[in-house]
Design a protein around this ligand. Structure first.
Ligand SMILES: [Zn+2]
Length: 66
């Protein structure tokens, strides 16, 4: 049997989140890919085209907007 010894690597796996668009309010309008709390690539709203830039900390970024 092979043991999966490097479980810690899971923490570096990208996480995909769907969030409501802060601009047009589209429910789950933006798909954000996050790794270690930073966004990867531009996350663009399906409806209005609003984009969250790469390398943003999502929670802080959204706080700044409100
Ligand atoms: Zn939008």
């Amino acid at each position: 049997m092979i043991a999966f010894a490097d479980c810690q690597d899971l923490r570096k796996m990208p996480v995909i989140k769907e969030i409501d668009c802060p601009k047009c309010g589209a429910k789950k309008g933006i798909e954000v890919i996050e790794r270690e709390n930073h966004t990867i690539g531009d996350s663009v709203c399906d409806r209005c085209g609003y984009a969250i830039p790469e390398g943003a900390v999502l929670e802080l970024y959204l706080e700044q907007l409100t």
